[in-house]
Design a protein around this ligand. Structure first.
Ligand code: ADP
Ligand code: MG
Length: 577
């Protein structure tokens, strides 16, 4: 009920269309209901009147019917055009809202949900919702008017014959609904199975390079054949149910004609009904049979639509964990002093601390380096500064201002991040670089590219800065992509910088190039560097060793070498090979 109330809310902007749609639907049904009545009175008068009178009454009758059908035709046009557009408009509204909401949800949401499911919400769920939004009320209305209207006429014509038909219809309804719920189950099974086929396909295609390099095509083919076959079997169950449904329905329909003819004939023989009435009966049966099937299909549409809507609402009601505080202020005039003050943190799905009591200060414009075994929490430390996750204890400040009291947009606009994995959007090189500053001029873009040592390479591409980088930028090498991402940050020109293993995925040659760009980038910026290769951080103002969820050693390179602890051990391992 609650869901329905929320659903109705989305009709609000389209109230007028909705009501006109229902009125048109009513007119369509009424016209269908009237025809047998016209036929009846016409036949009656044709039987009783002379030829001249017939000729006279035919013309007005024809004109009347023409007008009636023109009106019905216009109504049908409105219902199928504007009605569908209303559904499509609602779909557009919901999709946009969902997209906007997805953008707000925090990292922790994305840690726990997969993007395939999110895509399906944006596409198929919303389509189901729109279909129901449009066809639901309209079909319900048309069907009810037709069924109730027909039965009123049937009772008026001859109530004795109407009763057995009513009983048959009730049985047919009950049968249809139970059968339909069985069909629904097979549909659900169908959906699951096609989902498995899709994910198997997607997984293999995404990993096709791995599949081929291990020559495991046979294994994958076998897996795929299994899910493909399972899908076929579930279709088998589905079609069997549908076949039963269809054939029984037409059997019931036949039974209605049979009852009408036999029982009606009996009534005629008894003198309780005339032949014209019997013909009307046959026409009305035709009118109420199809809405019964429409009503049954409607329950299916409603189930799909409402369950899609429930999933939609569930996302819309997931609050982003991280939002602006009510009294949040923008971060302006940043000098760049960053302080972590007894910071502790754990991920929401797990209560064990990933970080405990982490404290350090980076004076404006200086740099620190984080070193430590993989999984020790270095990336986590960096993710706390732009508030991708919120800390569970302590305080993080920029120029003495608590980051949790700043607006997210202003905070994040002051921090540049270069990571190991680079994501390039579908688009041109130029668009990808200017992502750091969408209103940048071409000169600024070129300057940034030069600083990132990628300008010459870009100029060597067929279309220069307008070269299209395919999905995920697959046409570029790792080093080239990394340099584009560095140009992006140069353009953004933030006072604070996070370099998270920016060169780890690269070969020595590219690394040397990129190291140079990164050094330029970090000049006069407060920088946190996470480095895999210790040679790259020797010159950091301070080096912090992160292990066992905390900072275990700190100092300059020379200090730490003297200390002869974890850092010195690492260093020796890397250089005594
Ligand atoms: P590092 O960057 O030093 O290799 P991370 O900061 O990525 O380490 O990870 C620190 C710890 O936090 C690891 O134990 C890791 O499993 C865990 N962790 C990292 N990211 C998440 C996440 N999104 N959700 C839950 N646990 C995470
Ligand atoms: Mg990491």
């Amino acid at each position: 009920m609650d869901t329905l109330k929320k659903f109705i809310h989305y009709y609000k902007p389209y109230k007028a269309v909705f009501f006109i749609d229902l009125i048109c639907a009513a007119i369509i049904s009424v016209v269908d209901l009237i025809y047998p009545q016209i036929l009846r009175s016409a036949t009656n008068s044709l039987f009783t009147q002379g030829r001249d009178v017939i000729m006279k009454s035919l013309l007005p009758l024809g004109i009347g019917m023409l007008i009636m059908y023109i009106i019905q035709c216009l109504c049908k046009y409105y219902v199928s055009y504007q009605g569908h557009m209303m559904g499509a408009n609602m779909e557009r509204d919901m999709r946009q809202q969902l997209f906007d909401h997805y953008e707000k949800l925090s990292f922790s949401y994305y840690d726990q949900n997969n993007s395939g499911q999110m895509m399906s919400k944006l596409v198929s769920d919303l389509f189901d919702i729109a279909e129901f939004a449009h066809h639901g009320p309209e079909n319900l209305f048309i069907s009810l008017i037709k069924i109730i209207g027909s039965f009123i006429f049937l009772f008026l014509i001859n109530w004795r014959l109407a009763i057995p038909l009513l009983i048959l219809v009730v049985i047919m309804f009950i049968f249809s609904f139970t059968q339909n719920s069985r069909i629904q189950e097979t549909f659900m099974d169908n959906r699951r199975k096609i989902g498995e086929v899709n994910s198997s396909l997607q997984d293999t295609l995404a990993g096709i390079r791995v599949v081929q390099s291990f020559a495991n095509e046979d294994i994958e083919r076998h897996k795929f054949r299994k899910s493909n076959q399972a899908f076929l079997m579930s279709k088998d169950g589905n079609y069997k149910c549908m076949g039963k449904f269809m054939s029984w329905n037409s059997f019931f329909q036949g039974m209605m004609y049979l009852v009408t003819l036999i029982f009606g004939g009996f009534l005629i023989a008894q003198g309780q009904m005339d032949v014209a009435d019997l013909a009307m009966y046959a026409l009305y049966i035709g009118i109420f049979i199809s809405p019964i099937q429409i009503l049954v299909e409607l329950t299916e549409m409603m189930q799909k639509g409402l369950s899609g809507f429930r999933r939609f609402i569930a996302v819309m009601e997931t609050d982003p964990d991280i939002e602006d505080a009510p009294d949040a202020k923008p971060l302006t005039d940043v000098k760049g002093e960053v302080t972590y003050d007894h910071v502790s943190f754990h991920y929401s799905d797990d209560d064990t601390l990933v970080l405990s009591d982490v404290s350090f200060t980076i004076p404006a414009g200086e740099s620190i380096a984080l070193v430590g075994p993989s999984g020790s929490g270095k990336t986590t430390i960096c993710n706390l500064l732009p508030r991708f996750y919120d800390i569970t204890g302590g305080r993080i400040t920029i120029d003495g201002k608590d980051v949790s009291k700043l607006t997210l947009k202003s905070l994040r606009s002051q921090i540049g991040i270069v990571q190991q994995d680079v994501y390039l959007f579908c688009g041109t090189v130029k668009e990808n670089i200017s992502y750091g500053k969408p209103d940048a001029s071409m000169d600024e873009i070129i300057e940034a590219a030069k600083k990132a040592n990628i300008h010459d390479f870009i100029m060597s591409l067929p279309d220069g800065y307008d070269t299209f980088v395919g999905e995920r930028g697959t046409r570029l090498s790792g080093g080239q992509k990394q340099r584009i991402s560095i140009a992006r940050v140069f353009l953004k020109n933030p006072p604070i910088l996070i370099l998270d293993e920016a060169t780890s995925a690269l070969d020595n040659e590219s690394e040397r190039w990129i190291q140079k760009s990164l050094e330029d980038l970090s000049k006069n910026r407060t920088t946190i560097t996470i480095a895999h290769r210790l040679s790259t951080i020797r010159n950091a103002d301070e080096i912090l060793v992160v292990s066992d969820n905390k900072i275990t050693e700190r100092g300059t390179h020379d200090d730490l070498m003297k200390l002869n602890g974890i850092y010195a051990h690492y260093y020796q391992m890397q250089f005594e090979r």
